[in-house]
Write a protein that binds this ligand. Structure first.
Ligand SMILES: C[S@@+](CC[C@H](N)C(=O)[O-])C[C@H]1O[C@@H](n2cnc3c(N)ncnc32)[C@H](O)[C@@H]1O
Length: 277
């Protein structure tokens, strides 16, 4: 099983519980109360692990790709000037979300998938595993080092051949795809958070979403910023908050914010959901 990442850091209540634990130690509160705080922290982790354990395990290919991502020498690549920053492996969605995406993709009979934000290919591969042999996942990635790494990891997998990588700014790639009149059954937004609102607008303006298609949006709860207003993630948190507001005000779509991992928004045209009308 892949080493588990500490996703709990995404959860503001968990972060505050840790702060409370430190305060309780500093202020020498009773051992009984400190033990109760530890028990609550454990419970949150146990719940997350339980969801993971009860869900379908990754394919061997996906497992290997995730392990390679976790063990990649990111800091060395940065020190050698191949990357402009040291990426956190928290950028990779992980198995629970990957399986959720697979399930939604197959429920929607997706064949053509567009991903904005590839990273090492975890969700691109999971989505590729959910579509038919003649299906395609087009994934946009800005960083050449990351795109090359993802290509090499995907090439070691069975379904990786279904993933086409478009190197460059996702906005440019979206325009190029629209110029070719391409449409997608599923569009997964997972690139730079400040631009989520722009991507959403472009999807509609460029007509990139196929009839009956769905938009899935990662990080809709981004570290809790949209509801805590703590500003923990700065401009990126603000980007997600304003994106969420745009979607909430959009009467043309049905949307549901699912509190899985860092929050996943499912967006569909309203007429595809109001089938009784
Ligand atoms: C959160 S990661 C994607 C994670 C991936 N979907 C997964 O779950 O494994 C975001 C990725 O988007 C890329 N990115 C950031 N800004 C971008 C842009 N303007 N256009 C295309 N990709 C971008 C980053 O380099 C990074 O690899």
């Amino acid at each position: 099983m892949a080493r588990r990442q500490n996703y709990m850091i995404l959860e503001p209540a968990y972060r505050r519980l840790h702060k409370l634990k430190e305060m309780a130690t500093e202020e020498n509160v009773s051992p009984k109360i400190r033990a109760e705080i530890d028990a609550i922290i454990d419970l949150l982790k146990v719940r997350a692990d339980y969801c993971e354990d009860q869900s379908t395990k990754p394919s061997n290919d996906l497992l290997r790709l995730m392990e390679s991502t976790l063990h990649h020498p990111w800091k060395d690549a940065f020190d050698q000037g191949k990357l402009s920053y040291v990426p956190t492996t928290l950028m990779m969605s992980g198995n629970l979300e990957a399986q959720f995406l697979r399930s939604l993709s197959s429920l929607g009979n997706a064949r053509r998938v567009l991903e904005l934000g590839l990273f090492t290919g975890c969700t691109a591969l999971a989505l590729a595993e959910s579509i038919p042999e003649d299906g395609k996942v087009v994934s946009c990635e800005l960083d050449p080092y990351i795109a090359d790494l993802a290509r090499s990891l995907l090439d070691k997998t069975e379904c990786g051949k279904k993933v086409d990588i478009m190197l460059g700014d996702a906005k440019e790639s979206m325009r190029a795809l629209a110029d070719k009149k391409m449409q997608f059954d599923l569009i997964f937004i997972d690139a730079d958070k400040e631009n989520y609102g722009v991507y959403y607008k472009m999807i509609w303006e460029l007509g990139l979403l196929a009839p009956k298609g769905m938009i899935l949006v990662d990080n809709a709860l981004f570290f809790g910023d949209p509801y805590t207003k703590e500003g923990y993630m700065g401009k990126a948190g603000e980007g997600i908050t304003s994106f969420n507001d745009i979607v909430r005000e959009d009467g043309n779509v049905h949307k549901i914010l699912v509190p899985i991992r860092d929050g996943l928004m499912i967006i569909r045209r309203i007429q595809d959901v109001n089938v009784h009308k």
